[in-house]
Write a protein that binds this ligand. Structure first.
Ligand SMILES: *Cc1c(COP(=O)(O)O)cnc(C)c1O
Length: 393
């Protein structure tokens, strides 16, 4: 019950144990096409360029940024938590001229603040995290594309932690590139990064392609280099597209996992999955308050799937985490940077966005906190969560 990775759905683990096939087996071509169609459903997009980057979520982030940003181009990175700093670092490594605006942890940016920064810097790319698990905040994305369009700015978002558990509408919100991972709300293991790219993003990436001529006729590569082979989206698009040009050896078991994660979500219905995360996240939040604990951050902008809660005065946060793990086999999260030692982060996502998981976690936390000498309201956690479930019917 941490901020991710979380338990994988047993259906995903079973799918991963299926026999391996090579990437040019006709069955694999069928699976790849199916995966593209399934993830269009998950990202709510009709983007043809919707596929998987092999690697953890960070591989998707790096593929998007290194393929979209030319050295010297301006990149605006609004930072409201740890993963904003990661986007900044990756954009700098890609040679971007990075401009950062920062928000205090526990808050999100307003449209007016983003508009002002876009107008002042007119960047090539806006790189913005949607849900940042380090602070549990969910940055609203609606309306940002219209601001980007005024300056010819491409809009990239890291939806790793939020996708599947919070609303995400790639087309309706005008997102040019979005990336994710399996180990949060998608209910799988880490190791595959779903990505979707608008036609505009595909055009920009295509204009940077360089190796075709070099490899085939021995001449020097032409054009501007995308500074990565493995994460070169121009090549990865050729690999997933109708040309099916060889690139890397497909990570077959991870493709099975990603396919099953999307089949679970699309089968449930994306709005239904988001509603499930909202219900169980609300029950957890109510339960933590029912125990007498204080929540962290702007609750109006919290992700459905993770909540940060203050460690009570005089309680050793790490000792509580150890007791939960050793005595109840429940893992909750510590925190980074300014929140280290200040809050725990409790996740309610993917396969763990379930009533029994929420109630057991609250019951166990009550016992561990009492043993640690913290003042807790007896039965207050489970009671408050049950009220949320009863109200929901
Ligand atoms: C969890 C998380 C990641 C994880 O990246 P990995 O490479 O899978 O470790 C990336 N971005 C955000 C916003 C996250 O919350």
């Amino acid at each position: 019950m941490g901020p991710g990775p979380v338990n994988a759905d047993p259906r995903v683990l079973r799918a991963m144990s299926a026999p391996l096939i090579g990437q040019y087996d006709p069955a694999m071509t069928g699976y790849m096409n199916e995966v593209m169609a399934l993830y269009r459903g998950v990202f709510c997009t009709s983007n043809e360029a919707t596929l998987l980057v092999d690697g953890t979520s960070r591989a998707g982030i790096e593929a998007a940024i290194v393929s979209l940003v030319e050295p010297g181009e301006k990149v605006l990175v609004p930072v409201f938590g740890r993963f904003g700093h990661l986007l900044k670092e990756i954009a700098e490594r890609a040679g971007g001229e990075v401009v950062v605006i920062e928000k205090e942890w526990g808050q999100v940016f307003t449209l007016a603040e983003l508009d002002a920064a876009l107008a002042a810097h007119r960047p090539r790319l806006l790189a913005l995290v949607q849900g940042d698990t380090s602070t549990t905040m969910n940055q609203p994305l609606e309306g940002i594309a219209a601001l980007c369009n005024k300056h010819g700015t491409l809009f990239y978002t890291d939806a790793t932690a939020s996708l599947g558990g919070n609303e995400f509408l790639a087309d309706a919100w005008g997102v040019d590139a979005a990336t994710a991972g399996l180990q949060k709300c998608l209910g799988g293991p880490s190791g595959s990064a779903p990505i979707t790219l608008s036609e505009k993003a595909v055009e920009v990436i295509g204009a940077r392609r360089h190796v075709e001529a070099g490899i085939d006729d021995g001449s020097a590569p032409r054009g501007i280099r995308i500074a990565s082979n493995y994460l070169d989206l121009a090549m990865i698009l050729d690999y997933w597209g109708p040309k099916r040009l060889n690139h890397h050896t497909e990570a077959t078991s991870m493709l099975y996992a990603a396919r099953e994660c999307a089949r679970l979500l699309v089968g449930e219905g994306i709005p239904e999955a988001v509603a499930r995360h909202r219900l169980h996240g609300t029950a957890m939040t109510a339960g933590l308050q029912g125990l007498g604990l204080q929540l962290f951050g702007d609750q109006a902008h919290r992700m459905n799937n993770v909540v940060a809660v203050h460690i009570p005065e005089g309680v050793n946060g790490e000792a509580v985490r150890s007791a939960l793990l050793n005595d109840y086999s429940i893992e909750i999260g510590t925190s980074f940077g300014p929140l280290h030692g200040v809050v725990w982060r409790i996740g309610v996502m993917g396969y763990n966005a379930r009533k029994d998981a929420v109630l057991l976690t609250l019951a166990a936390l009550e016992q561990v906190l009492r043993a640690a000498g913290a003042p807790v309201t007896a039965g207050g956690g489970v009671g408050a969560a049950l009220e949320v479930y009863e109200a929901a019917g």
